[in-house]
Design a protein around this ligand. Structure first.
Ligand code: HEC
Ligand code: HEC
Ligand code: HEC
Ligand code: HEC
Length: 415
């Protein structure tokens, strides 16, 4: 599939009634300058984030200090990045890279490693790699899974290890190697049927949170030995790029926009809060099922079944658009621009006589990854300036980086 497929798909969709609204929405966002860092991100959609990213992680010497993530035998002088869970979106990861820069530069000097320069493309691969390591975490707790299975009604209709109801199929016949995305697919495909049976029997529909689906998966697996971590991860996660095609083909795009492009019946899926892992996304599909089926009935979109692969790819895609898509708060960003000392060197509009580029005009504002790469590359300049002036290194917490970028973007057009 080429990058042209999406626009062409949408133009074809414009012949349908919801499509016309889509085009109008694109034109409107274009005119009002409502561009966010999520726009343009689709060009970075990876196909195999773990495979592509690992290569870059090694080529750029990250593995020299950090070791390969999850490798228990690696000789490390820096944290195992497979264990770090301190970021929920690209800007938080960019902040983390930024905050740790002084120590990283020091270690690079010590070890005689030249600080690598990163292009937005390379940064994209690294960011995707670090995010998908995190995403694939599949260690459910079978004991918790057992409680959920009993308490959230599954046992009323399904048998597992010889116990439970017989309204639905026996779940111990499922493959021992099942994953959260497989379960998401099974729950999606059988969802309407299950909901009807629940209604007949007066059973309240259960709700899933965080790790619930992974816990049920661990229960169904029944202690089957999991594969080695990275092998398991590569197999379990889908292809974000293929997921975009599924999203269009299965009609999700008729109700959901991504970065402002698509239908408006459901939420823009790049703007909802990022998910932590596959289990959490699987739970969301289940939780929102009934409202989606209602919307399908009223808008005349047919319910589509999904294959296991389709679901894995879709979830991988939606995970990507959410960790790259979150927008910050421009009002807060105005203060951050000054508080972090950026205003000392940079203009944020038409000021003359500033020693550094006017950031409002910067190409760094193009996408989240342009910004992320620019900040990584820029860190060496700031490190020197900070050393010379004996100042303290300005750190970014929580969403401060997103807020700053949202502010700079909001200044575009105001010369
Ligand atoms: C010369 C050694 C070295 C190299 C090379 C290196 N790092 Fe680091 N990195 C460190 C050290 C040391 C820390 C911890 C710094 C601290 O505690 O402030 C760190 C911290 C980090 C963190 C923050 C982790 C956290 O706890 O949030 C990230 C992310 C990171 N590095 C990513 C990278 C990437 C990506 C590359 C390759 C482009 C890279 N590092 C290359 C030494 C290195
Ligand atoms: C009211 C009865 C009922 C409840 C409660 C129920 N299910 Fe089901 N389930 C069914 C029926 C009926 C089917 C088969 C539907 C079909 O043929 O489309 C099914 C199908 C499934 C399948 C697909 C099985 C396969 O072999 O492909 C899975 C997985 C599943 N359910 C899991 C669950 C889980 C997990 C829960 C608890 C959160 C649950 N179900 C609660 C009735 C129920
Ligand atoms: C007919 C319209 C329609 C179609 C088609 C549709 N959805 Fe939805 N979707 C909705 C609505 C409406 C909601 C909000 C439901 C709610 O709030 O419970 C929603 C919610 C969601 C959510 C939860 C978002 C959140 O707030 O966290 C996800 C994820 C989602 N849909 C994914 C999909 C995917 C993937 C497809 C294609 C397989 C799809 N939807 C197809 C209407 C639709
Ligand atoms: C000591 C002066 C100084 C400070 C303080 C400073 N910068 Fe810079 N900045 C520069 C210079 C000089 C450049 C030109 C490229 C380089 O040397 O990295 C630059 C370039 C950049 C770029 C790349 C712009 C482009 O179009 O390529 C970004 C993004 C950036 N700075 C962001 C920031 C942010 C955010 C802050 C506040 C945390 C900040 N800078 C603080 C001097 C500074």
């Amino acid at each position: 599939m080429t990058d042209l497929a999406l626009p062409i798909g949408l133009i074809a969709g414009a012949l349908s009634k919801s499509g016309r609204i889509i085009l109008a929405a694109c034109i409107l966002t274009g005119l009002t300058g409502g561009r966010t860092l999520a726009d343009g991100m689709e060009q970075w959609l990876p196909s195999q984030p773990l495979v592509e990213g690992q290569r870059t992680f090694q080529d750029k010497f990250c593995s020299t200090c950090h070791g390969l993530p999850g490798d228990a035998n690696a000789a490390r002088v820096a944290p195992d990045l497979g264990q770090v869970r301190s970021w929920r979106d690209t800007m938080q990861l960019t902040s983390s890279l930024w905050n740790h820069t002084p120590k990283m530069i020091e270690k690079m000097r010590e070890r005689g490693i030249a600080r690598p320069v990163l292009s937005p493309d390379e940064m994209g691969k690294l960011v995707a790699y670090l995010f998908y390591l995190n995403f694939s975490e599949e260690t459910g707790d079978p004991a918790r899974g057992h409680d959920i299975f009993e308490q959230r009604t599954c046992a009323r209709c399904h048998q597992l290890a010889g116990r439970g109801g017989t309204v639905g199929p026996r779940l111990d016949e499922l493959n021992e190697a099942i994953t959260s995305s497989f379960l998401a697919q099974a729950l999606w495909n059988h969802g309407p049927e299950m909901a009807a049976k629940m209604k007949d029997l007066g059973i309240e529909r259960p709700h899933f949170e965080a790790n619930d689906v992974a816990d049920i998966v661990a229960l169904i697996r029944g202690g089957a030995t999991p594969l080695a971590p990275l092998v398991r991860a590569s197999a379990a996660i889908g292809s974000p790029r293929a997921g975009r095609a599924v999203f269009n083909r299965k009609g999700c795009v008729r109700c959901h926009a991504v970065a402002g492009v698509g239908g408006t019946t459901g939420p823009d899926l790049s703007k909802v809060a990022p998910a932590r892992n596959i289990s959490e996304m699987a739970g969301e599909f289940w939780n929102h099922g009934p409202m989606m089926w209602d919307a399908m009935r009223t808008t005349g979109v047919a319910f589509s079944k999904l294959s296991d692969r389709d679901m894995a790819d879709l979830i991988a895609y939606l995970y990507f658009v959410r960790y790259t898509g979150r927008a910050g708060d421009a009002a807060k960003g105005a203060a951050i621009f000054k508080d972090k000392g950026c205003a000392r060197c940079h203009a944020d509009g038409g000021q003359e006589n500033k020693p550094a580029p006017n950031l409002v005009m910067s190409k760094a504002l193009e996408t989240a990854l342009h910004w992320s790469a620019a900040m990584w590359n820029h860190a060496a300049t700031i490190d020197n300036a900070v050393r010379e002036s004996h100042a303290t290194w300005p750190t970014f917490e929580d969403d401060e980086m997103s807020d700053l970028v949202a502010y700079l973007q909001s200044r575009r057009g105001s010369k």
